[in-house]
Ligand binder design. Structure first.
Ligand code: NDP
Length: 297
C-alpha cells in the first residue's frame, strides 16, 4: 500500500481558521487586534515573497500587520533603533526580522535585540534556552508545525525512534528538542554523520531538513515510518520552462512505496510555517495583555 500523504495545507488552513476565531475573541476582550511587525531589509526576491505572504495571512486572520521595508544599505544602528521602537510599541505583539539579512548586518545581534516576549520566530537565545530546559517560550514555527503534523498522525510519540537529519538552529535543533520533550528517542544526523542510510533505517520518524534535493532515498526508510520532509529545493528548469519543479529532501517516489505516511513538497510542511507564526503571535498577544491563552492552540 502506498504511504498516506500528510496534508499540511489542510491542517494549516484549519489552524489559521482557529487562530482567526481566537483573534476575534482577543480583540473583543482587549479592545485591540493582535499585531505582528515584519521587518524586511533589502530586496532578496524569495524574502519579498515570504514577507508578502505573511502580511496577507496576518490580515486574513484578523490581526494587525505592521510592515517595515528598509533598503539594503540600512545600517545596523538604524535597524536596532527600529527594533527598540517595536519592542516598546504596545500594538505590536510579535516581531519578525526576515532572514537572511544583507551582508554587513549581524543576524545574532539583531535577533538578540528583539524582546524575547515578542520573538514569535523563537530564534532568541532566551527562547532557545527555554525550549532546551522545558520552560514555556516561543518555539520556531517550522519545527513546531512539523510536531503538530506528527502528533496529529501518530498521537503519543513516547519511545519512538526519531532521526532528524540537519542541525540548524531554526529547524534541526529545535525539532530534536521537541521530539525529546515528547519522549521520543532522538538522533540528530548531519553532514559528518557516518553511514547516514543505516541511521535513517532505524527511524520510526524521519525529519529531513537538509536542503539537498531528494538526498534521502526511499530504500533508507524503515517500512511504515512517518516521514516529514522540510526541504524546499527548486530543480533547474526543464527545457523551455521558466521555473524548475520544487522537490523536498526525500526521494518521494521511492519513499511512497515503504513509508507509512509522508509530507509532500509542496503542500506538506511549507504551509504550516505561516500558520504557526500566526498562532505564536496570538499567544504573544494574550501574554502581553495578561489574558489566558486559548488552551486549544
Ligand atoms: P541549513 O543549511 O541551515 O542546515 C542544513 C543541515 O543539513 C546542516 O545541519 C547540515 O549539516 C546538514 N547537511 C548538509 N548536507 C548533508 C549531508 N550530505 N548529509 C547529512 N546532513 C547534511 O538549512 P535549514 O535547516 O535552514 O533548512 C533545511 C531545509 O529546509 C532547506 O531546504 C530549507 O529550504 C527548508 N526550510 C523549509 C522551511 C519551511 O517553511 N518549510 C523553513 C525553513 C527551512 P552540517 O551542520 O554538518 O553542515
Amino acid at each position: 500500500m502506498p504511504a498516506a500523504l500528510i496534508d499540511g495545507k489542510a491542517f494549516a488552513a484549519k489552524l489559521r481558521e482557529q487562530v482567526g476565531a481566537a483573534a476575534a475573541g482577543f480583540a473583543a476582550a482587549a479592545g485591540r487586534r493582535p499585531g505582528l511587525a515584519v521587518v524586511l531589509v533589502g530586496e532578496d526576491a524569495a524574502s519579498q515573497v515570504y514577507v508578502g505572504a505573511k502580511h496577507r495571512a496576518t490580515i486574513a486572520a484578523g490581526m494587525e500587520s505592521f510592515e517595515h521595508r528598509l533598503p539594503a544599505a540600512t545600517g545596523e544602528g538604524e535597524l536596532l533603533a527600529l527594533i527598540a521602537q517595536l519592542n516598546a510599541d504596545e500594538r505590536v505583539d510579535g516581531i519578525l526580522v526576515q532572514l537572511p539579512l544583507p551582508a554587513g548586518l549581524d543576524e545574532q545581534a539583531v535577533i538578540a535585540a528583539i524582546s524575547p516576549d515578542k520573538d514569535v520566530d523563537g530564534f532568541h537565545v532566551i527562547n532557545a534556552g527555554r525550549l532546551a530546559v522545558g520552560q514555556d517560550g516561543f518555539v520556531p514555527c517550522t519545527p513546531l508545525g512539523c510536531m503538530m503534523l506528527l502528533q496529529d498522525r501518530l498521537g503519543d510519540l513516547a519511545g519512538l525512534e526519531a532521526v532528524v537529519v540537519g542541525r540548524s538552529n531554526i529547524v534541526g535543533k529545535p525539532m530534536a528538542q521537541l521530539l525529546l520533550a515528547a519522549n521520543a528517542t532522538v538522533t540528530i544526523a548531519h553532514s559528518r554523520t557516518r553511514d547516514l542510510p543505516e541511521v535513517v533505517r532505524r527511524a520510526d520518524i524521519v525529519v529531513a531538513a537538509v536542503g539537498r534535493p531528494e538526498m534521502i532515498r526511499g530504500d533508507w526508510i524503515k517500512p511504515g515510518a512517518t516521514v516529514i520532509d522540510v526541504g524546499i529545493n527548486r530543480l533547474p528548469p526543464a527545457a523551455g520552462a521558466d521555473k524548475g519543479r520544487l522537490v523536498g529532501d526525500v526521494e518521494i517516489a521511492g519513499a511512497m512505496t515503504v513509508a507509512g505516511a509522508i509530507t509532500p513538497v509542496p503542500g506538506g510542511v511549507g504551509p504550516m510555517t505561516i500558520a504557526v507564526l500566526l498562532r505564536n503571535t496570538l499567544i504573544a498577544a494574550h501574554r502581553n495583555a495578561g489574558l489566558p491563552a486559548p488552551a486549544s492552540l
